[in-house]
Design a protein around this ligand. Structure first.
Ligand SMILES: Cc1ncc(COP(=O)(O)O)c(C=O)c1O
Length: 433
């Protein structure tokens, strides 16, 4: 980078600390509860536990279970607690990873290597996913040499199961459903999708990166959540992020397999290194101890009861927001989100311009396309701001309703262009890349 050189002299600690603080001045301010993505918030008591655990384990290295048996113990317990939550029974096995993407990467790698062993005739393995599934699957396929077969979803984010079935070929080694998807919070028909995969003899993964630590509690609270976990026959593996609705800081996810035999396809061992036998379960070598300790500590701190309370609060905030959006003429909720994430679309207004107006009022709401929409991921702490948020949204919509198309500028115009591109699902039923 031009102009940046390695510093000759160090800075005094106090100056450095204030510099670090100042550097954040243009960052998204998530502390005021006005952001609906990126950071999941449960409250100061949980944040305090996270900070203590991170502080306690900040330099520990999860690479060696011999040097740090406490980290191995905590990881084993976090995996076991997550398997219990997702009905994996006594047989489920897994690991902690750095996040959803790594968990997904490991599941795809395990499925690929499983197929290499069981179906050696497959030379060009394929991965079947819906357009609404997270791009971490495209990334995993790209890294691991699989071809993606993308199945379209409707504008309400619903899959046509006949089209889904046709996406499978003799080369399919991995298929995925989301519970729930990020863009619109839709729970895919996991039972039906897993049954199709199972009929074809294909590994089926449930991506519960966002949903894994809230859907089980919502179900217990009596919300109508269709079965999405290991209770569903045909579900081979799952991903669930502790750094989302588990309320831990970033760097914590769990990948789970129906049994330990399947997990072994994820592992890497090299015995001929001059440094000794090198064995790692996931992608990273050295692994930060902090996220493991924080996950263990928050699960123990909150317990089932604490997570139930937080799920109820997040659901209440979501209900108020969704009911409020439904009362604002010109905008609507996309599809039928059952949980705490949703998209807001419009047939007549430029939603990106609405997002810009919200930004001017201090809200951070991401834009999405296919179809154009604004994204809301709701945390329990949003209960504090739902009314001002709806008031500002009403005003923003009114202002945009009064705008002429030529008045739409900046980000909104650019996103608007993307949003007005033809929906590719109309052109091709299934696209491959
Ligand atoms: C449904 C879903 N899967 C996977 C991921 C990837 O997780 P990460 O960003 O932790 O790698 C996300 C991230 O938002 C997600 O929402």
């Amino acid at each position: 980078m031009a102009g940046v050189k390695f510093p000759q002299k160090g800075l005094p600690a106090a100056e450095l600390k204030s510099l670090l603080h100042d550097l954040k001045s243009n960052d998204m301010d998530w502390r005021n509860y006005r952001a609906f993505s990126m950071v999941f918030r449960a409250g100061e008591d949980v944040a305090d536990i996270v900070m203590s655990a991170l502080g306690e384990y900040v330099f520990e290295n999860g690479l060696s279970p011999f040097a740090f048996p406490s980290l191995l113990r905590m990881e084993t317990e976090v995996v076991a607690m997550t398997a219990d939550l997702l009905n994996g029974g006594e047989t489920a096995a897994g690991n902690m990873t750095s996040g959803g993407t790594e968990s997904i990467m490991m599941a795809v790698k395990a499925a690929r290597d499983y197929a290499r062993e069981k179906k050696p005739e497959i030379k060009a393995p394929e991965l079947v996913m819906l357009r609404s599934a997270h791009p971490a699957f495209n990334k995993a396929a790209h890294f691991l040499g699989l071809k993606t077969v993308i199945v379209p979803v409707s504008d309400a984010s619903v899959v046509d199961l006949d089209v889904y079935r046709k996406a499978f070929s003799p080369n399919t080694v991995f298929a995925v459903g989301s519970a729930f998807s990020y863009p619109h919070g839709i729970i895919d028909p996991i039972g039906e999708m897993a049954a199709i995969a199972s009929e074809k003899g294909v590994w089926f993964h449930v991506d519960s990166c966002v949903g894994g630590f809230i859907l089980p509690f919502m179900e217990k609270l009596g919300h109508p959540i269709p079965p999405f976990d290991f209770r569903v026959p045909g579900v081979t593996s799952m991903s669930a992020d502790v750094h989302k609705y588990g309320y831990v800081s970033k760097g914590a996810s769990v990948v789970l397999y129906r049994d330990a035999d399947l997990r072994k396809y994820q592992l890497f061992v090299y015995a001929d290194w001059s440094g000794g036998v090198y064995a790692t379960p996931c992608i990273s070598g050295a692994r930060p101890g902090g996220p493991v300790a924080a996950s263990w500590a928050v699960m123990k701190f909150l317990g089932y009861e604490g997570y139930m309370r937080l799920a109820a609060e997040a659901m209440q905030a979501t209900k108020i927001l969704i009911e409020g959006v439904n009362k604002i003429p010109g905008i609507f909720i996309i599809g039928k989100p059952l949980a705490t994430t949703f998209g807001v679309g419009s047939k007549s207004l430029n939603v990106y311009a609405i997002g810009d107006k919200m930004k001017q009022r201090g809200w951070h709401i991401d834009s999405q396309h296919l179809p154009p929409s604004l994204h809301f991921t709701v945390s329990p702490m949003h209960l504090k701001v739902v009314e001002p948020c709806l008031k500002d949204l009403r005003e923003a919509v009114q202002e945009v309703s009064a705008m002429k198309p030529e008045d739409v500028s900046g980000d909104a115009a650019i996103y608007g262009m993307i949003g007005s591109m033809p929906d590719r699902s109309q052109a091709k039923e299934i696209t491959t890349q």
